[in-house]
Design a protein around this ligand. Sequence first.
Ligand SMILES: Nc1ccn([C@@H]2O[C@H](COP(=O)(O)OP(=O)(O)OP(=O)(O)O)[C@@H](O)[C@H]2O)c(=O)n1
Ligand SMILES: C[C@](O)(CO)[C@H](O)COP(=O)(O)O
Length: 223
Amino acid sequence: MQEHVIIVAGGSGSRMKSDIPKQFLPIHGIPVLMYTIRAFRNYSAQLNIIVVLPKNQFDFWQELCDRRQFSETYQLVEGGETRFHSVKNGLQQVADNDGLVAVHDGVRPIISKDIIAESFLKAAEFGAAVVSVPLKDSIRQVGENDTNNALNRETFRLIQTPQTFRLDWMRQSFSAGYQPTFTDCASVLEASGYAIHLIEGSYENIKITTPEDLRWAEVYLKP
Ligand SMILES: Nc1ccn([C@@H]2O[C@H](COP(=O)(O)OP(=O)(O)OP(=O)(O)O)[C@@H](O)[C@H]2O)c(=O)n1
Ligand SMILES: C[C@](O)(CO)[C@H](O)COP(=O)(O)O
C-alpha cells in the first residue's frame, strides 16, 4: 500500500515569540524542519513526503536548504489559515485514494523510525492510528469561581503525531468542513464517525512550542 506523509509547518509559532519561525530555528545548527523531514525519509525511501509551509516562507526555506545542501525529495505546498486548512492543502496533493497518509507536526523533530512504522502498520489494520502517551502528572479540572476537582488520570492520554489514516477516511472527513474545535486530525475523523486507535508514543516526541522546548530538543537530538 502506498504511504504518504503530510508534514505541517504552516503555523506562525506565536507562542515561541522568536524572530524566525520556529520550524526554522537551529538545533545544533540544523533547522528543526530538516530533522523532521529526515526522520521520515530515513523510515522509507519510497514514502511520498509533502511539506506544508506558509507561501511567504518558501524563499527563506530554499535559502536554508541551499546553505545546508539539504537535498531530500518532497513536494512543497502552501499552508492555510489553520492547521486543518494546511492539512487539507497537503491532502489535495495526494493523487492516491487507496493508500495511507500520516500527518505529522513539522515541529516534532524527535520522532523515531519505530513509531512511524507502527503508525502505518496499525493504520493499515484499524484505519486510524494516533500516537499517545499516558499522563505522568496528576490532573484537575478547573471550574468557575476558582473551583477545581481531581480527575482520574488513567482515563486520559496526551495526543501526539504522527496520526495516520486510510486515505479515503481522510478525504471524506476533511471534505465535511472545518470546526473550531479541531485541534488535530483525530478530532476531524472522529467528527465524521471514525473510531481512533491509539498507539504508544514517546515522551521524547515533544512539540516545539515554547522556548524551553528547544533546550530539550538539543538534548534529545544528535547533530
Ligand atoms: N495554519 C497552520 C497552523 C499550524 N500548523 C502546524 O501545525 C503544527 C502544530 O501547531 P502549533 O505548534 O500550534 O504551531 P503554530 O501554530 O505555529 O504555533 P502557535 O500556536 O504557537 O502560534 C505546527 O507544525 C504548525 O506549523 C500549520 O501547518 N498551519
Ligand atoms: C496535533 C497536536 O500536536 C497533537 O497534540 C496538537 O493538537 C497541535 O495543537 P496546537 O494547538 O496546534 O499546538
